[in-house]
Ligand binder design. Structure first.
Ligand code: ZN
Ligand code: ZN
Ligand code: ZN
Length: 672
């Protein structure tokens, strides 16, 4: 391909420029080796330019593995560099024609291979980051950064000029009243002039109020950025903030015995697998972490349904709620009964609806809902814009400095953070030439299934309970499925308990249970033989580690008798309640662990207030389904939460299981 020389001059910087790199026909053949004072290097011609000093080549430099910045050198990359990998950079230089040594073959791995005898290849590009991406901050701080008034003040929205009274007015035209970076620039310019001319504080304040500006411009204004677009409202805080307000509304109307009842049920609720204990929501509601708020919201409807009675609500509050909820659509307006009020509060938590409308009106928190749409358009996902991850970091940092007095906290935190980052760097395979002795040992640690989850994450997502060794009853168990390892059974059932739960001790010929085990061996473990050993042992709890198909750590499972688990059967996702966990010694002398389940069936009923579907535990007589399986059947963490449909015979800490109905918690989801 022929092209004439481009021109690179001081005044005009236009020059012929390669097409975007993937498509450039220059690529491949036209990578050249260059002779420079620091040795030969490789580059890609992007233009031929004429300068006052003659014709030159504009070269995009390729980096050798040894030239990578420190934070990119890992043992993996070093190995790849030895096999001829280069890195494309954004840096371009002008070189003299006589410095060209000759063409080299470089294969960009995203493009079709030009020939098999390429000398080098490229799979990664080194970008230099010099621009600001996006800033996420809580409500007040975000406004500070955007140089706008805080959200309590008039015109306190960082994205538009909404007056305080119209925060939740849906007819307010956001586009017409939006803030624009260049216009705010002019206003800030004017503000600066006022300050320089030593205008009175009153004049300055008046000016700031008029335009909803902060008196001191943001420190980020020194950067090239757009203050209104690049500080999006945080969706995470927006949701959790509303829950916090509703918590306040709900708990503040309770009498002391209402609080006691609530806490009693809250302590005993069957919480989803993997949850750590939440702090007391009544005493500590003001210091609730947002992630805790989200979790509380998932179980609140059930807690209130179990604990809240009309007599728990302060009399004054009850009457005022009754008055507020009078149904005025009927010809003879009727006050709702106390029971209806209780249901209304529960429904409110179910829908987080309008019961406490006085408190919800004109909240900045509700106004920012309108801006979420635009933020979604600008940023797509919440991965980088939500502060959830930062909140978790905050929590970890807080936890690392438990006692604050007489300490240099900054130093402690920096040290702590440095350690975390170093560990992370090393586990990612990072290499530092100054410490040659670290080598591979550290990486090997990460293969350990227990350490893996700690070392490969930014933070721990699930509490890893301290193991109570005294409770371990059996560690001698194996699985037919190589993905299941590290099996431990806990709390072996006593003879009395076995009788109490109506469980068999031995496999009697012709019993349904013996038949079920035979089928489990046959279908799921490919073992088809009459069983020699007739004894089974029952346990209350089982823990095991699950690996992926390629042997990497997947998750730790921890199942108890009575837990409800999900089971993927071909296309369908089914639910089942664990009736028993037991071990059996097979003819080959190995002990296998089994799970005995009762299937759940969805009834046609949905609770009108809780709005969750009701499931029914299948009776033991129903043998349409298999009921005994090897534990490898449960190969993922339960992502469902079921709550007992309590009846009058249930108490806070013991459930009448003759009632076999359960709510499927429709509000439950697994957060990050
Ligand atoms: Zn926060
Ligand atoms: Zn706004
Ligand atoms: Zn119950």
């Amino acid at each position: 391909m022929y092209f004439g020389p481009g021109i690179e001059a001081d005044i005009k910087s236009e020059f012929w420029h390669g097409d975007i790199w993937q498509e450039s026909p220059l690529f491949g053949q036209s990578s050249i080796q260059i002779n420079q004072d620091k040795g030969t290097r490789i580059g890609r011609i992007i233009a031929i330019v004429s300068t006052p000093n003659g014709t030159k080549l504009k070269i995009q430099l390729l980096y050798y593995g040894t030239e990578l910045p420190g934070n990119f050198t890992s043992s993996l990359r070093i190995k790849r560099a030895q096999n001829g990998e280069l890195w494309l950079s954004e840096i371009s230089v002008l070189i003299d024609l006589q410095n060209v040594i000759g063409p080299v073959d470089v294969w960009l791995r995203d493009t079709p291979k030009l020939s098999d005898n390429y000398q080098f290849c490229i799979r990664e590009i080194l970008y230099s980051h010099e621009a600001l991406g996006v800033v996420t901050a809580d409500l007040p701080q975000g406004n500070d950064l955007a140089s706008t008034k805080r959200h309590g003040g008039n015109k306190g929205c960082r994205s538009c000029l909404v007056p305080k009274e119209q925060l939740t007015d849906s007819s307010f035209d956001i586009k017409l009243n939006a803030r624009y970076h260049h216009i705010t620039d002019e206003k800030i310019e004017e503000l600066n002039t006022l300050v320089q001319e030593s205008a009175s504080q009153k004049t300055i304040s008046k000016y700031c109020t008029k335009h909803g500006l902060r008196k001191h411009p943001s420190i980020l204004d020194q950067l090239t950025w757009n203050r209104h677009l690049q500080v999006p409202q945080d969706a995470y805080h927006a949701v959790a903030g509303k829950i916090q307000r509703l918590m306040e509304c709900t708990f503040s109307i309770l009498k002391p015995d209402g609080e006691v009842a609530f806490i009693n049920y809250w302590k005993n609720l069957e919480t989803p697998a993997g949850w750590y204990k939440l702090p007391n929501p009544i005493k500590h509601r003001n210091s609730f972490m947002f992630s805790d708020c989200l979790r509380l919201a998932m179980i609140m409807p059930f807690l209130l349904q179990r604990s809240l009675k009309a007599l728990h609500i302060k009399d004054l509050e009850l009457t005022s709620l009754q008055k507020r909820l009078v149904d005025s659509t009927k010809s003879r307006p009727k006050m709702p009964s106390p029971i209806q009020i209780v249901n209304a509060i529960i429904s409110c938590w179910v829908t987080i609806a309008k019961l406490f409308s006085d408190n919800f009106e004109n909240l900045p928190n509700l106004h920012i809902n309108k801006h979420h749409v635009q933020n979604a358009r600008n940023f797509g996902t919440l991965v980088n814009t939500a502060v959830a991850v930062k909140e978790m970091m905050h929590k970890i940092f807080k936890g690392s400095v438990p006692k604050m007095n007489q300490k240099n906290i900054e130093l402690d935190l920096i040290r702590h953070h440095n350690t975390l980052q170093t560990i992370r760097y090393l586990t990612d395979g990072g290499v530092d030439n100054r410490f040659p002795c670290i080598k591979q040992g550290f990486q090997k640690l990460t293969i350990d299934p227990l350490l893996h989850s700690i070392l490969s994450d930014w933070y721990m997502t699930q509490i890893i309970q301290k193991e109570d060794i005294t409770d371990i009853s059996n560690t001698n168990v194996v699985s037919c499925d190589s993905r299941v390892t590290n099996i431990k059974l806990y709390k072996k059932l006593s003879k009395i308990e076995i009788q109490q739960y109506n469980l068999p001790v031995r496999l009697d010929e012709n019993s349904q249970f013996a038949h079920d085990i035979l089928i489990a061996y046959d279908i799921y473990m490919q073992k088809k033989a009459a069983l020699i050993y007739r004894r089974v042992e029952f346990y209350n709890q089982i823990k095991y580690t699950l690996l992926d198909d390629d042997g990497r750590f997947n998750s730790h499972l921890n199942l108890h008798v009575g837990d409800i688990v999900q089971i993927q059967e071909e296309e369908n996702l089914s639910y089942a309640k664990i009736r028993a966990l037991f071990t059996h010694k097979y003819n080959n002398g190995l002990v296998y662990a089994f799970i005995w389940i009762n299937w759940l069936r969805k009834t046609s009923t949905t609770d009108p207030i809780i709005q969750c579907p009701i499931y029914e535990v299948q009776t033991a007589e129903n043998t349409r389904w298999y009921r005994v399986y090897p534990i490898s059947l449960i190969d993922n963490l339960p992502k469902v939460h079921f709550v007992h449909c309590c009846c009058s015979t249930c108490t806070a800490n013991s459930h009448d299981l003759s009632n076999n109905h359960y709510f499927k918690n429709e509000f439950y989801y697994v957060e990050i």
